[in-house]
Design a protein around this ligand. Structure first.
Ligand SMILES: [Mn+2]
Length: 225
């Protein structure tokens, strides 16, 4: 629960934050926002991601501070795992002995940590991080709002997926009021791909087959960034 998460945060000083490997928009946005919120609470916080920040999210505030590593190094009082159903999902070594705080919005979320806050009603982990900031009395800066908005935008498939409701738009509205820029956020994510990635997508789609409700692609494609 949120209250328990805040209690455990308040009694500690040094935090390492992480999410699942091959981070998506919610993983990156929630981690960066949570890091900044903890810093504004007077804590030490750093984000470690197994594969770093994907290209389309590198424009996000604080993205340059993310540590790409296979192992968590340093002295921490707790690790906060966002969007993970297990420690293994992070693909990071060195978390086993940490005090673990789990924040997740997936129905498949599991209570693997010492403190588990799982809310499948949340549209993204970013929504939970937003609630945490509000509860802790941390002001949502334009930078925090931008990270959270990007997470909500991507986790709802640009407000197209099931579960997108008036509540989602209420959340988006609050983040825009706090300084998130919808057009700028969308431009980086949906029009920020490398030429190599777009060519790969073209090659993959040219092999697309469809049979009734099923669509599939088969091929051997080069790996691109
Ligand atoms: Mn998510």
């Amino acid at each position: 629960m949120l209250a328990q998460v805040l209690t455990e945060i308040e009694r500690r000083e040094r935090f390492v934050l992480t999410s699942h490997d091959r981070a998506d928009g919610d993983a990156v946005g929630s981690s960066l926002a949570c890091q900044e919120i903890l810093r504004r609470m007077g804590k030490h916080a750093e984000v470690v991601l197994r594969h770093g920040v994907p290209r389309v999210y590198q424009h996000l505030p604080f993205a340059a501070s993310v540590i790409q590593a296979e192992r968590v190094n340093g002295n921490f009082d707790a690790a906060i795992l966002l969007e993970c159903d297990s420690v293994q999902r992070t693909r990071l070594q060195g978390l086993e002995k940490q005090f673990l705080i789990n924040i997740d919005h997936h129905k498949s979320g599991r209570t693997f940590a010492h403190v588990n806050w799982i809310d499948p009603k949340a549209v993204a982990t970013a929504e939970m991080v937003y609630r945490m900031a509000r509860e802790a009395g941390v002001k949502i800066s334009p930078e925090i709002a931008t990270c959270l908005y990007t997470a909500v935008l991507t986790d709802t498939g640009a407000f197209m997926f099931e579960g997108t409701s008036e509540h989602t738009f209420e959340l988006a509205r609050e983040l825009v009021l706090a300084g998130a820029d919808p057009a700028r956020s969308a431009r980086h994510i949906y029009f920020g791909h490398s030429t190599a990635k777009l060519r790969l997508l073209g090659a993959a789609l040219s092999a697309l087959q469809r049979e009734g409700p099923l669509a599939w692609i088969w091929g051997i494609f080069p790996r691109v960034a």
